[in-house]
Ligand binder design. Structure first.
Ligand SMILES: [Zn+2]
Length: 201
């Protein structure tokens, strides 16, 4: 009896955290992640048959700069990167799950021209020492790129691993801090070019 009560309490806590997690996926990420050049954040949530994946990255990792694109080279970099990020099948390889893309959004408003910066820009200090001096005293804005992918999985319970191939597309990303949550488990892993697999079970 006590055990089942404990289990129930555990499930309630888990569901509550899952609810809060889903409700504020982006918010949680931007609040708790530190903007460090070279490092990106990845959040994965699985609920029922839905899989949501979000990448938040300093724009410099993706396009090589964090200001509004002006030159032709910069504009081309933004366009090319948006195109690469939209090819989700080149970024994520699923083991099991039978997942099909349902919706995706690539937010590059912080670096794309003629678009409001929105909340993808924020004020902060960061850890890259050289950058710290130049940015911190003149301009503390750092642009971020946010990519969100939503999949419908016929057999989400069989989704056992996700391989993240984003390192092959963007050499500016050297590390991805990943957190994941399923209906009954959660975990975190630090990915890098030699360790790209998230084991979910
Ligand atoms: Zn930055």
């Amino acid at each position: 009896m006590k055990k089942s009560l404990n289990n129930l309490i555990y499930i309630v806590i888990l569901l509550t955290s899952l609810f809060l997690h889903n409700r504020s996926l982006s918010k949680a990420n931007s609040e708790f992640s530190s903007h460090t050049h070279g490092i990106s954040e990845l959040t994965i949530a699985i609920e029922n048959q839905w899989l949501e994946i979000e990448i938040i990255s300093p724009a410099i990792n993706i396009v090589g700069f964090e200001h509004k694109a002006i030159t032709e080279t910069e504009l081309a970099a933004v366009k090319n990167s948006a195109s690469l990020l939209s090819k989700h099948e080149h970024i994520f390889i699923f083991t099991g799950g039978n997942c099909v893309i349902n919706n995706q959004t690539i937010n590059m408003s912080s670096i794309a021209p003629n678009m409001p910066s929105g909340d993808s820009k924020h004020l902060h200090s960061h850890k890259n020492n050289n950058e710290y001096k130049t940015h911190h005293h003149q301009n503390t804005d750092h642009g971020e790129v946010i990519a969100n992918y939503r999949y419908h999985c016929k057999k989400s319970s069989t989704l056992s691993a996700i391989t993240v191939k984003v390192f092959d597309l963007f050499v500016g990303i050297s590390q991805i801090n990943t957190v994941w949550i399923t209906e009954n488990q959660q975990g975190s892993v630090i990915l890098n070019p030699t360790n790209k697999v998230i084991n979910l079970r």
